[in-house]
Design a protein. Structure first.
Length: 77
């Protein structure tokens, strides 16, 4: 993860690849994602048994943030 001051700085970076714009996320949105139960409760003794519930919550956060395109989908294994 690279932190930039603005989207313009991201696009000006020599390593920026066209077609990856969907992956640009604000710090506020990133904090919203990692503040959910999936990350916040990972040391709880029942995390594994509840991880599916937490993952569904995180998917809801992705939807709320509008991060639902191909960039954000897990690759098929």
């Amino acid at each position: 993860m690279n932190l930039f001051r603005s989207e313009e700085h991201v696009r000006a970076c020599a390593q920026f690849a066209a077609g990856t714009e969907e992956g640009i996320i604000s710090l506020d949105d990133a904090m919203k994602l990692v503040s959910g139960s999936y990350f916040r409760k990972r040391l709880d003794p029942d995390w594994v048994s509840r991880s599916r519930e937490y993952a569904m919550e995180m998917l809801g956060t992705f939807k709320e943030l509008g991060k639902t395109g191909p960039f954000w989908m897990r690759p098929k294994q």
